[in-house]
Design a protein around this ligand. Structure first.
Ligand SMILES: CC(C)(COP(=O)(O)OP(=O)(O)OC[C@H]1O[C@@H](n2cnc3c(N)ncnc32)[C@H](O)[C@@H]1OP(=O)(O)O)[C@@H](O)C(=O)NCCC(=O)NCCS
Length: 146
């Protein structure tokens, strides 16, 4: 079995993170900055997944959740989201929001619920994902980490 470590993203991880995002068709705009509060999954030296949280006061935007195609369906995505939620809590973020077009049926399994886009915009509407990077058809979701 592969040993997979989930840990804080480092600046040196950014090129590989960008490649993963690009391969999955996810926005690159604002990603480098978002990964100042981000996590990666590593197999040895190789980054095989990533997730970031952009802080907006007491709210946060979970974004750039990605797992390399050849490592999917092994629970890495779930671990990345849990680790990003932990970082959010440590940063004093109480509510997490996200926008997605590609994983609308996946995030509810992790405790996220669809909400009106306007409700998410009120909390994290200043983010690049909201203003430019994500299509207006993207679905908004929220989780209260507690
Ligand atoms: C979504 C994603 C991060 C999930 O990562 P992962 O490591 O495969 O997820 P997990 O192993 O924790 O979960 C796998 C389970 O979720 C399901 N699943 C995975 N992606 C899904 C999706 N997009 N929609 C619905 N279900 C999905 C799998 O079928 C599997 O189900 P099972 O447990 O019943 O077999 C990964 O598929 C990915 O990188 N997708 C492309 C990028 C993307 O859409 N990111 C979200 C953008 S906001």
């Amino acid at each position: 079995m592969l040993l997979i470590a989930v840990e804080r993203a480092r600046p040196a991880d950014l090129p590989r993170i960008r490649a993963l995002l690009e391969a999955a068709g996810l926005p690159l705009d604002g990603a480098d900055q978002a990964f100042e509060t981000g996590v990666v999954a590593r197999v040895g030296d190789e980054v095989v997944g990533a997730a970031a949280v952009e802080p907006f006061g007491p709210a946060g935007l979970l974004r750039s959740v990605v797992v390399a195609a050849d490592h999917r369906d092994a629970g890495i995505g779930r671990r990345l989201v849990a680790a990003a939620e932990g970082l959010a809590r440590e940063s004093g973020i109480r509510d997490l929001y996200l926008l997605t077009e590609t994983a609308i049926d996946w995030f509810p399994r992790l405790g996220y619920q669809v909400i009106p886009r306007d409700a998410a915009a009120a909390a994290v509407g200043q983010s690049i994902e909201f203003t430019t990077a994500c299509a207006t058809t993207a679905v908004a979701m929220r989780r209260a980490p507690g």
